[in-house]
Structures are given as C-alpha cells and as structure tokens.
Design a protein around this ligand. Sequence first.
Ligand code: SF4
Length: 388
Amino acid sequence: MLKLSGNFEHFNELDFSRKMFKVTSNYHLPKVLHQDCIFLNKGNDLHPNFDFQLTFNKKNLKQSNKNIIFLETDFKYLSDDDVLVLDSKTKRTRVLYRTNSPNNYILLTERCNHYCLMCSQPPKNIDDSFLINEAMELIDYLPRNLSNFGLTGGEPTLYGDQLITLVNKFKVFLPDTQLDILTNGRAFLNQNYSLALAKIKHRKLRIAVPVYSSNPITHDYVVQSEGAFDETIKGILELKKLNINVEIRVVLHSVTIPDLVSLAKYIVRNLRFVDHVALMGLEITGFTRANFDLLWIDPWDYKDILSEAVSILNDYNVPTSVYNNQLCLINEDTKSNYQKSISDWKNEYIDECKKCTKILECGGFFSSAVQHGYSNHIKAFKNEANQI
Ligand code: SF4
C-alpha cells in the first residue's frame, strides 16, 4: 500500500507554515515557475537552483540554507507533476495528486450525517473546512488534460454552497475532466440546491449515490439514519429531473446481498434513467473491521445472486459494473460487467495470483483484505478453457 501522508524533517527554518507544491525534476524549469514547485532529488545530491527541494538523503539537510525537506524512502514513488502539501507546524506532508494514478480523489471532509455499518472513513465531528479550501487551491495545480478526479468524504454536501463553488471551479479550469462526487444524495432533495448544481452545466459531472436496498428499513439500517432512504431517492429524482449524471452505488455484504435482486428490480422499475450502477465488493477497513462478523460474506457464496441482479439490470439496459471483486469469484455471465477497479495505491495480489493467467484483467484485492481476510475460493485461471 502506497503511503500518501507522513512526517518530514527539515533543518533550516522553513519559509512557509503550510504550502502546496507541484513536484518537478526538470532542471530547466524557468525560474519564474519555481515558486510553486518543489525539486525532487532522487539521487544523493541537491540541486543548486531550487529554493524548495525534496531529498531522501538525510545528510543533505545541513548542506544548504534553502528549504530542504527530507522524506522517507516510502515516498520515492513521487514523480513529476505530483502535488503535495507541506505543513511546517505538524511536519506532515500529504500527497494530493499522483500523475501515475488512474484514479485520483480527495477527501473533502470527515464529517457525515450517516454512520454506515461499513464506512471506510468513520465520521468525525470536527472542523476540517480547510480541506475544501485546499481542494479549491489544488485545482490550480492539476494538469489541464486530467481525465478524471473524485471528491469524497464524509459527506461533501455538508459544505452547502461551498461545494457548488468548488464544482464551478472544476468546470471552469478542468471542463474535460470527469468529476465524480460521492454523496448520500439527501441534500439534493432541496430543489434550489440541485438547481444550483445544474446551473453550472458541468457536462462531465457525475454524482455517485449509494442505495443499499429496495427496503427503506434495510437501507436506513445500513446507513444508520432514519428517513435516509426516502430523502436519498428524492435527491436522485431531483438530480435526474435536471439531467445531472447519477450513478447508484451498492456495497455488497451480508446485509445488502439478501435484497440485491429486489434492489435491481426496484432500479429498473423506478430509477431506470440512472446513468450507471456500480456493484462494489467490500473493503475491510474502518467500521467494516469492527462489524466484520455482521458484514462478511464470501463473494463465492453470493456469485449467483450477483449474476441475477446484473442480468436484470443488463436486460433493461441500465449500464452496470461490478467493482472490487476478484475475477475468479464471479460467474461467467457477469464477466462482461466486471471492471478492474481497486485504487492503485491500495491494490494487492496474493501468491495464488502469481500463477493466474488472468492477473492483468483482475482487480485483485484491497490491501486490507490481504491483511484481514478474503475468500477461501481464490483459484488461479490456468488455461484458455477458463478464460473469458
Ligand atoms: S487468482 Fe487470478 S482471478 Fe483470482 S484473484 Fe488472483 S489474479 Fe484474480
């Protein structure tokens, strides 16, 4: 698992308290652009021309009167155009964007009005509003040809109009970047709020909204919030009324699986106009670890239910993807909906995978699954006869 945040060391007093930088290893970068860049020294020495520099060699800390930052070798993956923020008070860095990652997203807040059984980012009632300001600033550092970017939480809509302002800045600066916002969707039942979002006319915006069951009681139980189902469905309806792209997300676990086929039927009867349905394997992190016994079901044991749900959605031409599962744990009829999806920084494979002929097509495992548990039925594909 890649390390995206950590401590740093420095020797001289730094010229800033908190600052965002674009990483560069370009010696020839015009001086006028140096201010927002930090030079990446992958070798042992420092570069004489840059005021802000990263080094993995501790000896360099005392070698210069410039702003020299020492990072552990865990960060050696950094490369040109990555973006990081340094906080000199806490001596912590966080990597906000990686050029080499196909799926960059940032957390906008840890606050949330849900308390989902399997939340990977357990909510905290803290003032972390600096994160949305940081996201606003980050846009200035992102490449203009960025293909996709995601905003997640917590619940991003708790920012109200500030989120609308942020989306507007994405539209202005990165109009061709697919922007995904993960939200429980409840805020969008307010017509004025949905309308404010629609007025931005961001043609590459997608709102991803979890719906866990066709039964309101089950959905509300999963998100631990009474009345959530009704408000979420109303939110989706308002968004679609305004022609905003909506994805429904379903996390697959032992509380949601029994109703999965009913949920697929509910979607094709009532929400057939949604743009995408994502059926997502469970990540064993956050609250899932605390609720493991309640939530865990071996994907092998629900593969037929998954097939039936996917088949219903396919029959009604609702674009559907299966995310975060292992290719050897799904039925043949589900494979055309399968996506290799686990974020690269937390993606791993186990020993059995080394002999698998489908490893390049398979999404593998979350690092947390490798650590805490996965199916007993993982079996390498060995020959053409097994291939999709
Ligand atoms: S054995 Fe093959 S299909 Fe199964 S998880 Fe490993 S790589 Fe994926």
